[in-house]
Structure formats: structure tokens, C-alpha cells
Design a protein around this ligand. Structure first.
Ligand code: CAA
Length: 390
């Protein structure tokens, strides 16, 4: 039985800061961000946008192309949840008007959380082949102002419909995965910005990649030559290029020339370069970017995916692109969304960054900014109220 990704849609903020602007204010060479990290812009969420609004806006177009009553599982991976107890999935379930017969749960393991959701959903649809699962990854990546992580900030959500008749990507059963208790990136409950041991985090990312790859290779009998394209978790896009080269080195094959590297990995990096890190969503933002933009017809081709969540959990897996995939993408929506964003000045970015969400239990209406289909209307007596954006 085939199982995999039937539909996929990506959503990000309508606002961005150009990293050339940030470089100027921080007194850094803009090429460090553009070439060294591989980032151009970072998406900045306005006060009325959070992971719930991003996630619901990402999922809405999928519901227009499926029978929503068939969705009996909603798994929402995020590290930027809005409540310590209530799942962000429950707000999304309400905004989308999903069936009451639906398990809706939030999952956490840093940037790996949506992959946990995806793997659980694949097993679940195998048991319930006429049903569908909605898996969402959404995050707001925040580091301290002026810290090395700042230029890798971003925000976004990816929603995926998982079924036994996948129109986009049929996933292979063989996967390599690796768990290890490390402190490379974390966010204590009392902080709104992540803490990170940046250099160490990149080393753990690459070493767990090698371990996951070795397992995947042993289980599947496949090598790099069987993989037409490779998508990686994208804290910043340069790391994906390094990851691909690392696998080549592990395989003792020559490092790819620049044009080959771009052919194998480059198309998956286009969106992330414009949004920054979207944590749980970022691998699947890369997959969306690849399917939307690759100039070659990928039908029947096998592509690999590497998921990494600090703390840490890593997984290497693959899937085969389905023949009619191009007819079921939301390419125009993604390209228009990225092209029509509003650029912020540095001052506007810092004002938004410093905006304090009201926590006094009073009645607060949040001013409307540009958002996707949903927005946070306000907070009253510690309850968040969402609405359709006009
Ligand atoms: N022109 C071109 N390149 C330049 C340059 C210039 N003028 N100046 C510097 N560079 C290059 C450097 O040589 C370096 O490249 P190499 O790594 O290939 O040598 C690159 O730009 C970055 O420079 P630094 O290493 O000096 O950068 P930094 O120390 O200030 O910050 C970072 C880098 C540690 C990754 C930081 O961005 C960070 O902490 N990021 C957040 C953590 C992160 O993303 N970790 C990734 C793995 S963890 C994970 O995956 C989970 C997650 O999502 C967070």
C-alpha cells in the first residue's frame, strides 16, 4: 500500500527584513549572511500572527481540495506553542471547522516535531486507509537581538495532507533515525528567545546526519545515486549544502561541482533563503520549494529528506515523486505570497521584536496587520481570540 504526502502548502508572514539592512545596523559584511549563511531575508511575524494563524492559513487551501470529514487526525509540530496545556492543534481544528471525530494533538521535539507527526500519520493511515491525517509544522524562530543566531530568524508553517493515495510523494518505509540527549539549542519555559550553542549545533546536525544516513543506506540498499534530489532541515541554507557534501565524503565520492550541488540541493533552498528558519516547517518548506521550482519533471524520481531537531532527534528518509504532482501544487500562491510581502525598516523590525504580548488578564484588541486567512483578534481574560482576516 502506498502512503505519503497528498497535498502540501506553505505560509509565511507578509513582512520581512532584508538581511542587508540587518548587516548594516550590526556592522557586519552583508556577504556573511548572503554567502556564509546563504540567507537573504527573514520573515517577521506581526503581533496578530502566531503559529496558530500561520498553521490555519497554511492548511485552509488543502481543505478546499479534500473532504474534511475524512480527516480524523491532526498533528501539529511546533516549539512556539501558544499555551503550556492546550494544544495549538485545538485552535487550528476550530478555525478550520474540522470534524469533532478527529484526534488533535501538539507535538514537540524542536525542529523535528513535524517529522514525528508525519511518521505517526503514515502508520495511522496504513491502519485507516480511507481516512486522512493533517500534519502541520509551524514556528517562529527568535534569537536575542544582536546574537549570532539573529540573521537566521524567520517564521512559517507547512500543512500536509497524508493519505494512502498520495498525489505528490509516496514515502519509502526505510528510515534511519537517531536520538541523543544534547544541549545544542533549547528554550526554557521562561524565555521567548532560543538559547543556542551555535557551532556545536551544526556539528551535532552533521554527525547525526551521517548516523541516520548509514542506517538508511543499510536498510534500503540505496546509495546517493538513487536519490535525484536531497532536502535537508534548513536552519540556514548553507548548512544543507554542507550536509550534502558531508554525505559525499562519507561515501568517498568526489565533492560535487557547484552546478551539480545546485542541481541536487539548490532548488529546495529558494524559499528558505527568503524566509529564514521556520524550525518544524523548514524541511517541508524546502520540499515545497523543490516541487514548485525544479525545472526538471521529477515524476518517478526518488528524493531524500533529512530532518533534524535540536536536543536532539534526526531522521533520514525518502520518497518517490508521483506522476501528476505538478497539477496539485500551490506554486502560484507561494510565489505571489513571497513577492508581495512588505519590507520593514530596521526600526520597525525591532519594534515588532520588542512587542510584549499582554499577559495581565485584561481586554486587549490587537491592531490588524497584513496576515494570511486568519489573524489573532485579541486576548481577554487570558483567552486568545482568533478571526478570519478581511
Ligand atoms: N563573506 C562570506 N562569508 C563569510 C563572511 C564574509 N564576509 N564572513 C563570514 N563568512 C562565513 C564564515 O566563514 C562561515 O562559513 P563557514 O562555516 O563555511 O566557515 C559563515 O559565514 C558563518 O560565519 P561564522 O561561523 O563566523 O558565523 P557566526 O558564528 O556568527 O554564526 C551560527 C553562525 C553559529 C550558525 C549562528 O548563525 C547561529 O548560532 N545560528 C543558530 C543556530 C543554528 O542555526 N544551528 C544549526 C544547527 S541546529 C538546528 O538545525 C536546529 C535549528 O533549526 C536551530
Amino acid at each position: 500500500m502506498k502512503v505519503g504526502i497528498d497535498l502540501i502548502n506553505f505560509q509565511t508572514s507578509q513582512y520581512f527584513l532584508d538581511l542587508a539592512t540587518l548587516a548594516q545596523v550590526r556592522g557586519t559584511d552583508a556577504d556573511k549572511y548572503r554567502t556564509g549563511l546563504g540567507q537573504e531575508r527573514m520573515a517577521v511575524p506581526p503581533p496578530d500572527e502566531d503559529v496558530v494563524t500561520l498553521a490555519a492559513s497554511a492548511a485552509l487551501p488543502l481543505l478546499e481540495k479534500t473532504t474534511s470529514a475524512d480527516i480524523e487526525l491532526l498533528l501539529f509540530g511546533t516549539e512556539s506553542g501558544v499555551d503550556q496545556s492546550k494544544a495549538a492543534a485545538m485552535f487550528v481544528h476550530g478555525l478550520l471547522g474540522l470534524s469533532k471525530r478527529c484526534r488533535a494533538v501538539e507535538i514537540k521535539e524542536a525542529c523535528y516535531a513535524a517529522t514525528a507527526g508525519l511518521q505517526l500519520a503514515l502508520a495511522w493511515v496504513q491502519q485507516h486507509p480511507t481516512k486522512k491525517a493533517l500534519v502541520i509544522g509551524a514556528d517562529i524562530a527568535r534569537y536575542d537581538l544582536g546574537s549570532p543566531g539573529e540573521p537566521t530568524q524567520g517564521c512559517g508553517a507547512v500543512a500536509m495532507l497524508i493519505s494512502t493515495e498520495p498525489r505528490l510523494l509516496a514515502l519509502d518505509p526505510e528510515t534511519g533515525f537517531h536520538a541523543e540527549n544534547v544541549m545544542d539549542f533549547w528554550r526554557p519555559n521562561y524565555r521567548t528567545e532560543a538559547l543556542v550553542d551555535g557551532k556545536y549545533s551544526t556539528l551535532v546536525y552533521l554527525s547525526t546526519l551521517v548516523d541516520s544516513w548509514r542506517q538508511y543506506k543499510a536498510l534500503s540498499g540505496r546509495g546517493l545515486g538513487d536519490l535525484a534530489r536531497s532536502c535537508f532541515h534548513l536552519p540556514f541554507t548553507r548548512l544543507a549544502e554542507k550536509a550534502f557534501v558531508r554525505i559525499c565524503r562519507e561515501e568517498k565520492i568526489p565533492e560535487p561541482a557547484q552546478d551539480e550541488l545546485q542541481r541536487r540541493v539548490g532548488t529546495s533552498l529558494l524559499y528558505n533563503r527568503q524566509t529564514g528558519n521556520t524550525y518544524a516547517a523548514s524541511l517541508y518548506e524546502g520540499l515545497t520549494s523543490l516541487l514548485d521550482n525544479d525545472p526538471e519533471d521529477l515524476s518517478g524520481k526518488r528524493i531524500s529528506l533529512f530532518s533534524y531537531g535540536s536536543g536532539c532527534m534526526a531522521e533520514f528518509f525518502s520518497g518517490v515523486v508521483q506522476s501528476s504532482y505538478r497539477a496539485h501544487l500551490f506554486t502560484a500562491h507561494h510565489q505571489q505570497m513571497l513577492a508581495n510581502r512588505t519590507e520593514l525598516t530596521y526600526r520597525q523590525y525591532e519594534d515588532i521584536f520588542r512587542y510584549q504580548f499582554p499577559d495581565d488578564g485584561g481586554d486587549h484588541v490587537i491592531a490588524p496587520y497584513r496576515t494570511g486567512a486568519f489573524r489573532l483578534q485579541g486576548v481577554r481574560k487570558h483567552i486568545r481570540y482568533y478571526e478570519r482576516a478581511t
